[in-house]
Design a protein around this ligand. Structure first.
Ligand code: ACO
Length: 372
């Protein structure tokens, strides 16, 4: 009989995917999934979209101060970051280019611990310039230097296209950045907090967060919304297409959410923005028709689980409407989320405890290696 012990049964609570586990405290945002409410430091998201700008919201998240006329112009891309971006293949994914740029930014600036609002401002204002530079380099174009008179979102569009954006496009993308800025302990934000908790720097936290957001379960849905709407083709085909998709267990992109059981308040805010745009994509009307059918069919199929429109559905027409190519959508989301990631890094650093959960062992008990 073996003298070696089997692994003892571990009866401590375990929740796969940490679902329902409270893994920290935050004063940055509050999500009420049942009622479909999202607050940043107490302020409702709908009001922030109407009355705030991304710069003001970022400042609110970093410092707790509401400065309505806050400005955050884009910063120039440093030579080492440009060199790294030029070395990438033209078909590199924009999320990989952005992660590379943040990594080089960190190596050059060597940010100290704990993370500070100054570091958050500098990184958040650098990344849009780097992404715009990569988007031009891959087309064989020269990067455009930032215009210090333009605020962050207008400055990003300017560096992307080489011409100053129309006020409407800048306003619509700014609204998208506001709703994308922060959303509790989602996978990328939790990643940023884990990295910060080891007393690693803010650039490493954001690199890790970008890596987490790159996964299709987190940041990839809006470009797939575009594909699905194109597939539907016309409002008359919406009913048949949606029913066929559901019958074949296809997931309708832009619907359902782990937390929201009500209409995602960010989708409501972006639908308003999309509908008010002069240069809305032709298929916005079609998207609205698809949404009506999808909500009806999903409710029939899942009467016990509320599956409503999520933020990604109306992010798609806004991003298309301002002229972004669909392969830039995930990286645009990552730019917007810089405010939240870095605010969480600051919050984690201010009251730090190393995040180091336990794991349940399910392997064999102790055993000897076989004799050679
Ligand atoms: N289309 C069709 N059916 C759906 C959808 C959908 N979009 N979402 C959920 N369901 C169904 C599932 O098939 C499942 O049915 P079953 O019980 O018969 O198997 C049931 O609803 C529950 O689904 P879960 O996967 O358990 O729900 P969960 O909360 O884990 O999933 C998720 C959330 C991943 C967002 C899911 O709704 C989905 O895949 N949606 C489409 C992709 C998308 O829009 N992602 C963006 C999310 S927003 C964001 O990340 C910023």
């Amino acid at each position: 009989m073996s003298e070696l012990a089997a692994a003892p049964a571990d009866t401590r609570p375990y929740s796969p995917g940490l679902e329902g586990v409270i893994a920290g405290e935050t004063s940055l945002s509050y999500i009420d999934g049942e009622a479909g409410r999202l607050l940043y430091r107490g302020y409702p998201i709908g009001e922030l979209v109407h009355r705030g700008s991304y710069a003001a919201i970022a400042e609110l998240l970093w410092t707790g101060e509401w400065i309505a006329d806050a400005k955050l112009p884009c910063l120039p891309v440093s030579e080492p970051v440009l060199t790294a971006l030029r070395a990438l293949p033209a078909d590199a994914r924009p999320m990989d280019a952005l992660r590379t740029a943040v990594s080089v930014w960190g190596a050059v600036t060597n940010p100290s611990w704990p993370p500070t609002p100054e570091q958050a401002r500098a990184l958040t204002a650098s990344s849009p310039s780097a992404l715009a530079a990569f988007a031009r380099i891959r087309q064989g174009l020269e990067p455009v230097a930032p215009d210090p008179d333009l605020d962050l979102v207008a400055g990003f569009l300017y560096q992307l296209n080489g011409v100053k954006p129309e006020a409407e496009a800048a306003r619509a993308l700014d609204a998208y950045f506001v709703v994308g800025a922060e959303h509790g302990f989602n996978a990328s934000t939790f990643t940023a907090r884990v990295i910060t908790s080891t007393r690693s720097d803010i650039a490493s936290a954001v690199c890790g967060a970008i890596g987490a957001m790159k996964g299709p379960l987190h940041g990839g849905a809006p470009s797939e919304v575009v594909e699905q709407i194109h597939e539907v083709g016309s409002p008359e085909r919406a009913e048949a297409w949606v029913r066929d998709a559901i019958a074949n267990n296809v997931r309708l992109m832009g619907f359902g959410h782990r937390v929201y059981r009500a209409y995602d308040p960010r989708a409501a805010a972006l639908r308003e923005v999309a509908e008010s745009m002069e240069h809305k994509p032709d298929w916005l009307e079609l998207a609205i028709a698809v949404e009506d059918v999808a909500l009806r069919v999903l409710a029939e199929k899942h009467p016990d689980r509320a599956l409503k429109t999520n933020v990604e559905f109306y992010a798609a027409p806004v991003l298309m409407g301002v002229g972004l190519k669909p392969d830039l959508f995930p990286a645009a989301f990552a730019l917007a989320r810089h405010a939240g990631w870095t605010a969480h890094a600051i919050e984690q650093g201010a009251n730090n405890r190393l995040i180091r959960p336990d794991v349940r062992y399910v392997g064999p008990g102790a055993r000897p290696l076989a004799e050679a």
